[in-house]
Ligand binder design. Structure first.
Ligand code: HEM
Length: 215
């Protein structure tokens, strides 16, 4: 199993899988198959994948401990960057297709519509994480400070869930489900799982500092 996780091909396979939603979107654009409301469709698709990738990134640590597969940590950075990639597409859709670069209207939205404020908060919290996701940043910031900064991914996910909860009109099942998953991940990370997990899986910082420290 260890060999499988460490293989370059596993990384290539995962990278390709993460690109599937984006390629699917491109295919739909090419085929002009974006439903009667293309802007809404693209906004929803990219928003959905942003929250999913955020939660998948946060799930890496619990899974590597539960399954006793420390090598899984190798993929966390890539998954986190994909969350940021889909968030940027989501934001670009809003700025370009929805608001047509109207800065006044955008600013009005950010301060008056609370779900936009929450979404923007989530995205702004992700940006420093993406910028400092390299090994060089860990050296420059120092491991402890870098790790503290990267804990903000939990706040970003929380802002994403609140954003989703505030924007839905009546059916809150999906935002509630994402909120529930985030709650479990938080409990695991900072609760009993944290203590038990440290016992079962040794820290892998020397293997891959940027990925290991995050979350
Ligand atoms: C952490 C960052 C963010 C996450 C996780 C996120 C997630 C989501 C999700 C899950 C949806 C609903 C998708 C669906 O109904 O299928 C959504 C919708 C939307 N998001 Fe975001 N979003 C984020 C940031 C932003 C930002 C920065 C903006 C714009 C400033 C934005 C604008 C919107 C809009 C306009 C909608 C559609 C609202 C509607 O249908 O009425 N989001 N987002």
């Amino acid at each position: 199993m260890k060999k499988f996780w460490l293989s370059r091909w596993t990384r290539v396979l995962l990278f390709s899988l993460c690109l599937v939603p984006f390629l699917n979107l491109l295919w739909r654009v090419y085929r002009n198959n974006l439903t009667a409301n293309p802007i809404e469709f693209i906004t929803h698709r990219t928003g959905d994948w942003t929250i999913r990738f955020l939660l998948i990134t946060l799930a890496v640590t619990p899974f590597r401990r539960i399954l006793n597969q420390p090598q899984l940590i190798r993929f966390r950075r890539m998954l986190g960057l994909f969350a940021f990639f889909y968030a940027c597409l989501h934001l670009a859709t809003w700025i370009w297709l929805d608001k047509d670069f109207d800065t006044h209207e955008m600013w009005e939205d950010v301060i008056k519509r609370r779900f936009i404020t929450a979404g923007m908060t989530g995205l702004l919290l992700m940006a420093p994480l993406a910028v400092t996701s390299t090994a060089g940043s860990v050296r420059r910031l120092g491991y402890r400070r870098w790790q503290l900064l990267h804990r903000s991914i939990y706040f970003s996910a929380l802002a994403g869930v609140v954003h989703y909860y505030w924007l839905v009109k009546s059916d809150i099942r999906l935002p509630a489900m994402y909120g529930g998953i985030l709650g479990v991940l938080l409990l695991y990370r900072f609760g009993a799982g944290f203590v038990n997990g440290r016992k079962s899986v040794p820290a892998t910082r020397p293997l891959h500092p940027p990925a290991d420290a995050r979350g």
